[in-house]
Design a protein around this ligand. Structure first.
Ligand code: NAD
Ligand code: 13P
Length: 366
C-alpha cells in the first residue's frame, strides 16, 4: 500500500507546526509517503496591510509565500506542504489523517467527513480536549473512531508550538493501538511508520500504546494551567504555581483512574505527554497567559482570549466546563476540587484569591 498519502486537518498554531514536521519527513521518505502533504485550512481573508481594505486569502498566502502569516508567522514552511480550503478535496485519496484543530470545531468537521473516509484510513489526533455528550466523557480519538469508523491514535507532549516550529529540541509521545484487522507491515500504519512520520532531529518521538493516558494528561493540563495563570497573575510566585501543579497532577491521575481504567499510571510520569507537558504548559502556554490576563485586568476568559491570542484558542476554558458538566453528572465535583475551582472562577465569577481554601485537603486538626 506504500506510499501513504498524508493530510493534516487544521492549520492553526499547532496544526501548521505539525504539518511542517510531517512534510519534512514525507520528503525524506518517498518510498513510505507521498511527498505532497495536504493541509486543510479554514480559510479567511487577511488584509494586505494594517488598515487596508484589500485582502488575500490565507490559503493563497501559504501556497505562494510558504508562511502561515496569521497563525505561525515568520516560520518558513516546506514547499511540499499544500494548503487546501476544501475539506473533502484535501482528504481525497488520503491514507493517514492528522487531526489538529481546536476541539470545539472537531464535531462539525467530523460531520462533514462522514461517508467520505475509506475504512483503511488511519488517523492521529493532536487535539487536547474531550468530547462530552450522549456517550459521557470520550477521548477525541475514540470519538473520531466512532464517528468515522477508522482507527485513531493520539500525539501529545510538552510541545509549545512556537518552539517546535523554530526547531528547538523537544520530545513528544505518539500513542496508537493496532486495529483488529491490522494488515501487516508494509500494508498498514504501525508504530514504526508513525515514528518515521513524526520524528525529527529537533522533535523526538516515543511511540506507545496508551492512547487514553496521553489524551487525559493532554486535555486536563490545560485546566491546571489556568489555575497556574491565576496565581501567577495574583503575584503569588513560584511556590503557589508548584502547589497548583502538584494538586493538578493528582487530579489528572485520579480522573484517568476513575473514568479510563485502561490508562497506565507510568505514562503520566515517564512520557512527555505526562508531567513534562504539565510543566511546559504551566510555564509559558496560552492558557497561563489568558488566566494571568484575567487576574491582572479583571476581564473574563473570552475577552482575554480575544485580546491576547489573535484567533488562537486557550483550550482549558472549554475543557474546564466540559469536565465540570461530566463530574456534575456523576455527582463527583467535590472529588476534583482544583478542576471545580477553575470552572467556578471562569464561569461563575468566584474570586481567584479563594483558590487555596477551595482546594485545601481538610483534616480533623484544623
Ligand atoms: P489555534 O489555537 O491556533 O486555533 C486557530 C485555528 O482554528 C485556525 O486554524 C483557525 O482557522 C481555526 N478555526 C477558527 N474558526 C474555525 C472554525 N469555525 N472551524 C474550523 N476551524 C476554525 O489551534 P492550534 O494551536 O493548532 O491547536 C489545535 C489543537 O492542538 C488544540 O487542541 C490545542 O490544544 C493542541 N495543541 C496546541 C499547541 C500549541 O502550542 N499551539 C501545542 C500542542 C497541542
Ligand atoms: P497552550 O495551549 O496553553 O499554549 O499549551 C500548548 C501545549 O499543549 C503545550 O504542550
Amino acid at each position: 500500500r506504500h506510499p501513504f498519502k498524508v493530510t493534516v486537518i487544521g492549520s492553526g498554531n499547532w496544526g501548521t507546526t505539525i504539518a511542517k514536521v510531517v512534510a519534512e519527513n514525507t520528503k525524506l521518505h518517498p518510498h513510505l509517503f507521498k511527498e505532497t502533504v495536504e493541509m486543510w485550512v479554514f480559510d479567511e481573508k487577511i488584509p494586505k496591510s494594517k488598515d487596508s481594505e484589500e485582502y488575500e486569502m490565507l490559503t493563497d498566502i501559504i501556497n505562494t509565500r510558504h508562511q502561515n502569516v496569521k497563525y505561525l508567522p515568520d516560520i518558513d514552511l516546506p514547499h511540499n506542504l499544500h494548503a487546501n480550503p476544501d475539506l473533502l478535496d484535501s482528504i481525497k485519496d488520503a491514507d493517514i489523517l492528522v487531526f489538529n484543530v481546536p476541539h470545539q470545531f472537531l464535531a462539525k468537521i467530523v460531520e462533514n467527513l462522514k461517508g467520505h473516509v475509506r475504512p483503511h484510513v488511519r488517523a492521529i489526533s493532536c487535539l487536547k480536549g474531550f468530547e462530552v455528550g450522549r456517550k459521557g466523557v470520550q477521548l477525541l480519538s475514540s470519538y473520531i473512531t466512532d464517528e468515522l469508523g477508522i482507527q485513531c491514535g493520539a500525539l501529545s507532549g510538552a510541545n509549545l508550538a512556537p518552539e517546535v516550529a523554530r526547531e528547538h529540541w523537544s520530545e513528544t509521545t505518539v500513542a496508537y493501538q493496532l486495529p483488529k484487522d491490522f494488515r501487516g507491515e508494509g500494508y498498514d500504519v504501525d508504530h514504526r511508520i508513525l515514528k518515521i512520520l513524526f520524528h525529527r532531529p529537533y522533535f523526538h518521538v516515543n511511540v506507545i500504546d496508551d492512547v487514553a493516558g496521553i489524551s487525559i494528561a493532554g486535555a486536563l493540563k490545560n485546566v491546571v494551567a489556568l489555575a497556574c495563570g491565576f496565581v501567577e497573575g495574583l503575584g503569588w510566585g513560584n511556590n503557589a504555581a508548584a502547589a497548583i501543579q502538584r494538586v493538578g497532577l493528582g487530579e489528572i491521575i485520579k480522573f484517568g483512574r476513575t473514568f479510563f481504567p485502561e490508562c497506565k499510571v507510568e505514562t503520566y510520569y515517564q512520557e512527555s505527554a505526562g508531567v513534562a507537558d504539565l510543566i511546559t504548559t504551566c510555564s509559558g502556554g496560552r492558557n497561563v497567559k489568558v488566566a494571568k490576563h484575567m487576574a491582572k485586568t479583571g476581564k473574563d476568559a473570552f475577552e482575554s482570549e480575544k485580546e491576547l491570542l489573535n484567533g488562537q484558542s486557550a483550550q482549558g476554558v472549554i475543557t474546564c466546563k466540559e469536565v465540570h458538566e461530566w463530574l456534575d453528572t456523576c455527582e463527583m465535583t467535590q472529588e476534583f476540587p482544583l478542576f471545580e475551582a477553575v470552572y467556578q472562577i471562569v464561569y461563575n465569577n468566584v474570586p481567584m484569591k479563594n483558590l487555596p481554601e477551595m482546594i485545601e485537603e481538610l483534616d480533623s486538626f484544623v
